[in-house]
Ligand binder design. Structure first.
Ligand code: PLP
Length: 449
């Protein structure tokens, strides 16, 4: 029965971000989850070390979340948000505004992080048209940025491995640098930050009259390797955007909802975005809801008689889905009563100590962390900061070894990702770090320095 299922998966499926040849060699089908662990069809248990792609908050099968969906099912599963609303979407909107940076006053729903980003881009573009500055049509995005996989999100992305092939399909955007301290010449966070801000200012000086918005991941560039920006960088970007009249789009899809030890990562620097995209943890990892937040100033630029053609013509079939909004509401209630964000901030200190022990290993070059968002960069030579040849696929092999040892994650090249569910205890974190350690040792053992 299980081997039949495996065969079916190989025969019919095409998986995201997956070379199917790799899948065929190492298939895996998850059947159950309980707390921070999942189980495959053979009953083997794994730590969900990457929160099922950076989503999970309270663990799997959290009773309160399950019940919230069941209660909503007794009423209705879905009705549209086009021209009308529904009860949980309305209540959730109020809750979201109460927990978001205070200048954000409106929420626009969608189904995935990429869509939330696309919506922010379209809002920014149309905003300037609506206020009589149609020449502001271009975007600045950040080198090594990632915002999802739809064409607009890819256009403002800049990870060659994922994006290069789609070059001819993308609209152009100016690329500004983000400090990557470990790979910088000086390795000094302040120098690195200031150099990048200066370059950005030069770009803005020359082109600001044609630029609608700048998009940036909030404090941590996730997909390019959990690269944590030095203190003061995001707030510096905010200041420059204000100075040059460019809207700031902050992408909190990966960092939002407690992941970094604040409800939203931009709170670390008291940054107030003009537009903000969020998703992932919003439903505790249960259902696909995403959201684009906007300021009242942006909202008002679209508010007019219909005949003036300022309407935002964008929507999706499942926008504001009741089941999703109901579970998101319950998720946010649990955030409050279980003090999830405060506890992540606390446990992050223990996690930091545990992560630091990884430096004992000869091939751990850099360990980066903000809250429960961690990346461990493996290198061939620590002294020279020299990467492994990419065809060795060290990161991939380490993650397969971790799977064997009972923990799931997905590497970003040779960066091992640890993004545990936010409720993971210090004891759980200890065990996960032990698995990472053992896997790195076994895979890199004997690889020449
Ligand atoms: N933005 C960031 C910063 C992300 O990390 C991701 C996904 O990892 C996305 C956007 C895309 O989100 P989704 O996969 O829900 O479309």
């Amino acid at each position: 029965m299980n081997s039949e299922l495996i065969e079916k998966s190989k025969k019919y499926l095409w998986l995201p971000f997956t070379q199917m040849k790799d899948y065929d060699e190492n298939p895996l089908i998850i059947e159950n989850g309980e707390g921070i662990k999942v189980k495959d069809v053979y009953g083997k248990e794994y730590y969900d070390g990457f929160s099922s792609v950076w989503l999970n908050v309270h663990g799997h099968r959290k009773q309160e979340l399950d019940d919230a969906i069941k209660r909503q099912l007794e009423k209705i599963a879905h009705s549209t948000l086009l021209g009308m609303t529904n009860v949980p979407a309305t209540e959730l909107a109020e809750k979201l505004i109460n927990i978001s940076p205070k200048n954000l006053t409106r929420v626009f729903y969608s189904d995935s992080g990429a869509e939330a980003v696309e919506i922010a881009l379209k809002m920014a573009f149309q905003y300037w048209k609506n206020v009589g500055k149609p020449e502001k049509q271009k975007f600045i995005s950040m080198k090594n940025g990632y915002h999802g996989d739809t064409i607009g999100a890819v256009s403002i992305g800049s990870i060659d491995l994922f994006h290069h092939v789609y070059g001819p399909l993308m609209f152009e955007s100016f690329k500004a640098p983000v400090p990557y301290v470990y790979r910088s010449e000086s390795q000094d966070p302040c120098i690195c930050r200031d150099e990048c801000l200066q370059e950005l200012e030069q770009l803005l000086k020359e082109h600001h009259h044609t630029i609608a918005a700048l998009s940036i991941e909030s404090i941590v560039q996730g997909a390019s390797g959990i690269i944590v920006m030095p203190e003061g960088f995001l707030s510096g970007v905010r200041e420059l955007c204000t100075k040059y009249e460019v809207l700031l789009i902050v992408d909190e899809v990966a960092t939002g909802f407690g992941r970094t030890g604040k409800m939203f990562a931009c709170e670390h620097e008291n940054v107030q975005p003009d537009l903000m995209a969020a998703g992932k943890g919003i439903t505790g990892g249960y259902l696909p809801i995403a959201v684009t937040f906007a300021t009242e100033r942006i909202y008002e630029a679209f508010y007019d008689d219909y005949s003036n053609m300022k309407t935002f013509f964008h929507g999706h079939s499942y926008t504001g889905n009741q089941l999703g909004c109901a579970v998101a509401l319950e998720n946010l209630r649990l955030f409050e009563v279980e003090e999830v964000v405060e506890k992540v901030a606390e446990k992050s200190e223990n996690l930091k100590k545990l992560l630091n022990t990884l430096y004992e290993l000869p091939h751990v070059g850099d360990v980066r962390q903000l809250g429960f968002m961690c990346g461990i960069e493996l290198v061939q030579s620590k002294k020279m900061r020299q990467p492994f040849p990419s065809d060795k696929r060290i990161g991939y092999k380490v993650s397969l070894k971790m799977r064997e040892l009972g923990m799931l994650t997905r590497p970003l090249g040779d960066v091992i990702v640890l993004m545990p569910p936010l409720v993971s205890t210090v004891e759980d974190l200890k065990e996960m770090i032990e698995i990472i350690k053992q896997a790195i040792m076994e895979v890199t053992n004997g690889v020449l320095q």
